[in-house]
Design a protein around this ligand. Sequence first.
Ligand SMILES: Nc1ncnc2c1ncn2[C@@H]1O[C@H](COP(=O)(O)OP(=O)(O)OP(=O)(O)O)[C@@H](O)[C@H]1O
Ligand SMILES: [Mg+2]
Length: 217
Amino acid sequence: MTLFIGVVSQKGGVGKSTIARMLGREYALAGWNVKIADLDIQQGTSFSWQARRLQRGIEPAVAVERFGTVSQAVKAAGPYDIMVLDGPPHATMGTHQIAETSTLVVLPTGLALDDLEPTVLLAHEMVKKGVPAERIVIVFCRVGDSDAELAEARSYVLQAGYQHLRNVLPEKTGFRRASDEGRAPTETRFSSLNERAEAVAQELADLVQSQTNREAA
Ligand SMILES: Nc1ncnc2c1ncn2[C@@H]1O[C@H](COP(=O)(O)OP(=O)(O)OP(=O)(O)O)[C@@H](O)[C@H]1O
Ligand SMILES: [Mg+2]
């Protein structure tokens, strides 16, 4: 059975495609048969990223395909162990379909209230539509250097009733540069950045595993 991981947000540019590609690369490296479903048909960001990756011959190869709808992606998921659903820039009907389909729904967000509020509202909407809160995880991305800001964001999310990752993705030019070269955030030129991204990927993979175990029980 294919396992689905959804990456969605209410706001654009928060790091959905970055996280989707990181998961795609890490699962591929670990020997899983993984596909990223790029559901952003207007930009096809992950699809273009894969083209850059192929041009450079970067291993492991990460399969990416564009789909116009979540249903089409689900129909094509059969051959894969894992499908990562890279959501469109803004929450749409498709966002809720992604949430309903996924074992883990990842909500990347910035730390400002302007980012946190719509993130939590989207989570509330998902729960209202029947997605269990424990399937939702908020990931802080593009994090600046203020510990106080991060601490406040963590408590905002916890008070709203959701879990967040302990590990965060800092805002670093190195991540953008890696992406420009068809590389994942775990494949930058800087081992310190790669380690930060690996920690985020590992924590997400652990959550996927525990959620899978819980649902099988
Ligand atoms: N941690 C980071 N540090 C620096 N740049 C980042 C980081 N995360 C993402 N970016 C850059 O920010 C831009 C938006 O990131 P990304 O494409 O992952 O967001 P998205 O949520 O998928 O956007 P969209 O809503 O348009 O699909 C990209 O140029 C990406 O390289
Ligand atoms: Mg994107």
